[in-house]
Design a protein around this ligand. Sequence first.
Ligand SMILES: Cc1cc2nc3c(=O)[nH]c(=O)nc-3n(C[C@H](O)[C@H](O)[C@H](O)COP(=O)(O)OP(=O)(O)OC[C@H]3O[C@@H](n4cnc5c(N)ncnc54)[C@H](O)[C@@H]3O)c2cc1C
Length: 253
Amino acid sequence: MVEVNAGRRRPSSVVSLTRVPELAGWHREGDEIVLGACLTYADMERGELAALVPALAQAARTIGSPQIRAVATLGGNIGTASPAGDTLPVLAALDAVVEVAGRAGGRRVPLLELITGVKKTSLAPGELVTAVRVPVLRGGQEFLKVGTRNAMVISVVMVAVVVDLDGQSVRAGLGSVAPVPVRAREAERYAGEHTDWSRGRLAGPAVARRFGELCAESTAAIDDHRSTADYRRRAVAVCAARALARALPPLEA
Ligand SMILES: Cc1cc2nc3c(=O)[nH]c(=O)nc-3n(C[C@H](O)[C@H](O)[C@H](O)COP(=O)(O)OP(=O)(O)OC[C@H]3O[C@@H](n4cnc5c(N)ncnc54)[C@H](O)[C@@H]3O)c2cc1C
C-alpha cells in the first residue's frame, strides 16, 4: 500500500491471503515453531508464542501502530524484504528457515538465502511464503531498535541477540545496516568463547562492550536520509552490548 499510495506501483490485481486457513496462526513441532505466513504482529506480541520466542514478540511490539499490527503479516515482512523490516534480524539470529510453495511444489530456504538485496528475494514468480520455522531455544533473547521517535518509525538500527544455552552459542542479527539482514559471526564467536556456560553468564561486563564493537564492525552501514553510517555503527555497538548483557548477564568484574 505504501508503494501504491506513493504512485510507485500500479498492480492490476491484488490477491488477499487472509482467508487461507493453512497460512494463519502457528504451532509447535517438537523443538521447532512453525509460524504461518499470515501470522500478524498482534499474534506475536503476547501469549504463549511471545514466551517461546521473546525477541520476535519484542520486535512485533515496535512495529507500526495497533492498526498495522492487527493486519500486517510475517509473510509480508519477508516478501517486502526491506532492510528495515523489523522481524528480519530476529529471524536471521534464529537461523529461520522459510517454507515456500509454488506450482512446481514446495521448498525450504534459509531466510538469509531468501533475501538477496534491498527489496529483493529469491522467490520465483508465483512462489509464496507459506511458513517460517524457528527453533525453541533455552536462553535469553533481546531485540532493540533505534529510530527517530518512539513509535510508528522506520528503524535506523536493529539488533537481535539470541542465546542458546544448550548449544552454548550466542547469535546476533543486525538490521538497517546493510542491504540484507546481517549475522555478526565474529562477535558471536567472541561472546561464545568468553562465556561461562556452566553458569550461563558472560565472563565480565567488558565482554559485552567488545561484543558490541565487533557487531559494529560487521555492518555495511551507509549515510542516507534517516541517519549517518557513523551514527549507525555507534548505535549498533551500544545496542548490541546492552542486548547481550540483558540476554546473558555478566559475572561481576
Ligand atoms: C503505517 C505503516 C507503518 C509500518 N511500520 C512498519 C514497521 O514499524 N516495521 C516494519 O517492519 N514494517 C512496517 N510497515 C511495513 C509493512 O506493514 C510490514 O512490512 C508488513 O509486515 C507487511 O505485511 P502485509 O501482510 O501487510 O504485506 P503486504 O503489504 O500485503 O505485502 C507486502 C509485500 O510482500 C509480499 N507478500 C505478502 N505476503 C507474502 C507471502 N506470504 N509470500 C510472499 N510474498 C508476500 C506482497 O506481494 C508485497 O510485495 C509499515 C507499513 C505501514 C503502512
